[in-house]
Design a protein around this ligand. Structure first.
Ligand SMILES: [Zn+2]
Length: 369
């Protein structure tokens, strides 16, 4: 195991943060996997999973059972790890400017396209290192100015040449679910099976440039531009490890072992994965019903993550105890409840839950704020 420290831009004198990455297995041979945790810094189940992975990967490396490289970043957001206000950890948005830590990643498509267009080989496998080097060059050309941008740039530099990118997050209260792209899904599906994920939400275009599709969608667009001389170069997914409160050994042991088995499916770990027979389901991210309140009030949730609901079913009641107004928030299409808020005082217009449905009901920007 190699431990690398990458210094970020120092925001003020006396403050210097590093991005710590751990590197396992042989570099430059076999496939490369990149796994990071807690980019939204207050989403910590993934950090425990990553810490367990660190020890499991170290043991596998010592046994000579790694056929490729694994890069692990257990603390992907050291800036957000130190954002607290009056005993509350605020890890989703940077306190300096309100930017979501998982938005605004550098889009390498145009510079990569310009760099490779007259260098492409007829042999698709020769184009993989060409594209990866062009991505690295494009990212190195990103003139970052702030600590946050330097974090984003270094996360992308660590991951952009990987065959697999996993970003470990969680929701407020949730069943395990996965966000990925239509492009990556076929390769990610065994992971969903191993993890027991019942909601797998796919979209190629979400808007917002989140981390998880900062590489696979560039490969997809290059394939559209140049055709099949551009092979599938990267699988990307965000794994939502249930809710913020779900930091425990039982879940983390299950999840880390599932990831190790999946690395076996990809041939990075030398093991015999026991893949469940039944394929994992997937649905369109645009078919997710996002339930919102009309009024503010005391929120009484009527369904649990993991429930199957019918159209017309009451998801929650919002109670105004002063005027005795009770709003019933109802589900409009049947589906699988994969997450709900953990706040108990709702504000008007607040998102209180997500249901994976079958019919497309949304378009445009598909992510939460
Ligand atoms: Zn998150």
């Amino acid at each position: 195991m190699q431990h690398k420290k990458t210094p970020l831009i120092s925001p003020v004198p006396g403050t210097q943060r590093d991005l710590d990455s751990f590197h396992f297995g042989p570099q430059g041979q076999g496939k490369k996997a990149y796994i990071q945790a807690s980019l939204h810094a207050d989403e910590l189940p993934g950090m425990l999973v990553a810490w367990k992975l660190k020890h499991q990967l170290q043991a596998l490396e010592e046994l000579g059972r790694l056929n490729g490289e694994v890069v692990l970043v257990p603390v992907a957001n050291p800036i957000g790890q130190n954002q607290h206000l009056m005993d509350v950890h605020l890890g989703r948005y940077e306190s300096e400017n309100g930017q979501n830590f998982n938005r605004g990643y550098f889009d390498t498509f145009e510079p990569v396209k310009a760099s490779i267009h007259n260098k492409l080989s007829d042999k698709s496998e020769d184009n993989i290192p060409l594209v990866r080097q062009a991505m690295i060059d494009a990212l190195n050309g990103w003139q970052v100015e702030t600590e946050l941008q330097s974090l984003q740039k270094n996360l992308q530099l660590l991951s952009c040449d990987a065959d697999l990118m996993l970003d470990l997050h969680c929701d407020f209260e949730a069943a395990l679910h996965i966000y990925s792209t239509d492009y990556s899904w076929q390769g990610i599906e065994p992971l969903a099976r191993l993890m027991g994920s019942k909601a797998n939400l796919l979209a190629n275009e979400t808007g917002g440039n989140p981390f998880d599709c900062s590489t696979d969608m560039v490969w997809q667009r290059l394939n559209q531009e140049f055709g099949d001389v551009i092979p599938q170069g990267c699988l990307g997914a965000t794994v939502e490890l249930r809710g913020q409160g779900d930091v425990n050994d039982e879940y983390a042991d299950h999840d880390s072992l599932a990831i190790i088995e999946y690395l076996g499916v990809l041939g990075i770990v030398d093991n015999e994965p026991s893949l469940p027979k039944e394929k994992a389901p997937s649905s369109d991210l645009a078919a997710v019903e996002t339930l919102k309140t009309k009024q503010g009030g005391l929120l009484v949730l009527k369904v649990q993550p993991g429930d199957i609901v019918e159209a017309g079913q009451v998801f929650a009641e919002v109670i105004d105890p002063i005027n005795d107004l009770v709003e019933q928030v109802k589900v409009t299409q049947a589906g699988y409840v994969y997450s709900r808020t953990n706040r108990k005082m709702a504000t008007a217009g607040m998102l209180i839950g997500n249901i994976a449905g079958e019919h497309v009901i949304r378009s445009g920007y598909l992510l939460a704020p």
